[in-house]
Design a protein around this ligand. Structure first.
Ligand SMILES: Cc1ncc(COP(=O)(O)O)c(C=O)c1O
Length: 440
């Protein structure tokens, strides 16, 4: 009697376990379709890419890029200039398109060896002006200026401290060129640059003492900390942080002006006061500021990690497309062959395997719906086959060998990992670009 009761409890418990496991089954991810418009958008994109490529490639939607360029420009006053961040948009074809579309000729460069290539290749557009986004070692500046002497003036060489200034004076002496220099200000990011009035006055007087070697071009004070300002409501915390940046910036400009009023006179060459980035540029619309030069790169393509509210009016315009190389019903997994069947019974998203041409792509999959990476999504086994990444999905996933899986890259420059960048408008490839090699 007692034994029978125990057996009964065992079966009740077992039944409850099986039932709860069954009810906890993951939903079929392919059952959450995209909207009709999105589905049409991605299936057209896929069809266009299949006509030109069977290999992993990146696609830029030119209509969306145009829209984003207009958004960026509309945030600027007539006194302000848009500066394009090369490191986030590393393709000559893409940069040329953006410069032509916007009319700006201002670039921000982070890797000095790219300077001669950019100045040479984009020369036909008119005089390109380059501001460095981080200081280049003086040796690199020397190499660039020796190879391309116009870079002494066309580039505003970024100076973050007194040692760098002395090293650049030496470059000026050795190359016999007057170097255009921009002073980096710490406006709150604390990544380097001038922090005190004293430091700034010293640097200004050192530049003033070397007119045959150095020419003051302006300031660069990046506000990259602003999007991370703590406080609620978030929007007003960011606004307060941005206003503080303007106050600091204005203060440094006043200190420099008091030391060298001539440099700031209407008759002298216009000084560049740069700040901003994708996450803050839209917030400058209507903001009282001394900043007359605003940088933007990533936001123009609005990759996945740029889902900030400030960029709400910007559209995702960059996709990575990776073809399905192999499709396997009930794909086995090494060492787990037996278990796998059981798991598949439980999770219908493991029914079909798709091996991609390449991997591992750390980017959200946007098309087709229902695919996911590796085993149990973000589980401990991310990928056993890095050059042929395994995705799985239910039998409802619409993908075949040769069709593209479309990913939304987290960063704009992720396309640089691929050799082909297709610029698409109205379902047609309008241009075929290559990324800039990091070796340039
Ligand atoms: C100095 C500077 N300006 C601007 C930017 C903004 O670049 P993006 O618009 O691509 O975020 C950066 C990004 O690192 C930067 O370091």
């Amino acid at each position: 009697m007692f034994r029978q009761r125990r057996l009964l409890w065992f079966w009740v418990g077992f039944g409850a376990l099986v039932a709860s496991l069954w009810f906890a089954r993951p939903a079929d991810r392919a059952a959450l379709p995209l909207s009709d418009a999105e589905d049409r958008y991605f299936s057209n994109l896929q069809a266009t890419l299949r006509r030109v490529s069977g290999l992993p490639c990146a696609a830029i939607d030119l209509d969306r890029l145009d829209h984003n360029l207009k958004q960026a420009q509309s945030a600027l006053s007539s006194e302000q200039r848009l500066r394009i961040v090369v490191k986030s948009l590393p393709s000559l074809g893409l940069l040329r398109y953006i410069l032509q579309k916007t009319g700006t000729r201002s670039l921000m460069v982070f890797h000095a060896p790219q300077v001669p290539l950019l100045l040479r290749e984009l020369k036909d557009l008119g005089s390109i002006d380059v501001l460095l986004g981080k200081p280049a070692p003086a040796e690199a500046a020397y190499q660039v200026i020796s190879a391309y002497p116009d870079a002494a003036q066309q580039v505003s060489w970024l100076i973050d401290d007194g040692n760098r200034l002395s090293a650049y004076r030496e470059v000026a002496r050795k190359t016999g060129r007057v170097l255009s220099v921009s002073i980096e200000l710490d406006v709150g990011l604390h990544r380097g640059g001038i922090r005190s009035d004293e430091e700034l006055r010293t640097m200004i007087s050192q530049i003033a003492a070397a007119p045959s070697e150095l020419r003051f071009a302006g300031f660069m004070g990046y506000d990259g900390h602003v999007p991370h300002a703590p406080g609620l409501p978030k929007k007003s915390a960011l606004h307060t942080a941005l206003v503080e940046v303007q106050t600091r910036y204005q203060h440094f400009v006043d200190v420099a002006k008091a030391a060298q009023p001539d440099w700031f006179s209407a008759s002298s060459r216009k000084l560049v006061f740069n700040s901003g980035g994708s996450r803050t540029l839209p917030m400058y619309a209507g903001l009282p500021t001394v900043v007359n030069d605003l940088a933007m790169g990533s936001g123009l393509l609005r990759p996945a990690s740029f889902d900030d509210e400030a960029l709400a009016a910007f559209l995702p315009a960059l996709w990575l497309a990776v073809p399905v190389l192999k499709k396997q019903a009930e794909p086995p997994l090494p060492f787990l062959d037996g278990m796998w069947g059981l798991l598949r019974l439980w999770d219908r998203n493991l029914a079909v395997g798709y091996f991609l041409y390449g991997g591992t792509w750390d980017a959200p999959i946007v098309y087709p719906t229902g695919l996911r990476a590796g085993w149990f999504h973000d589980g401990p086994i991310r990928n056993l086959l890095p050059n042929q990444q395994l995705l799985t999905g239910s039998t409802r996933v619409v993908a075949e060998v040769g069709s593209f899986v479309i990913l939304h890259p987290r960063e704009a420059d992720n396309f640089a990992a691929l050799s082909d960048l297709y610029a698409i408008r109205n379902g047609q490839v309008e241009a075929h670009w290559q990324p800039l090699s990091v070796l340039n």
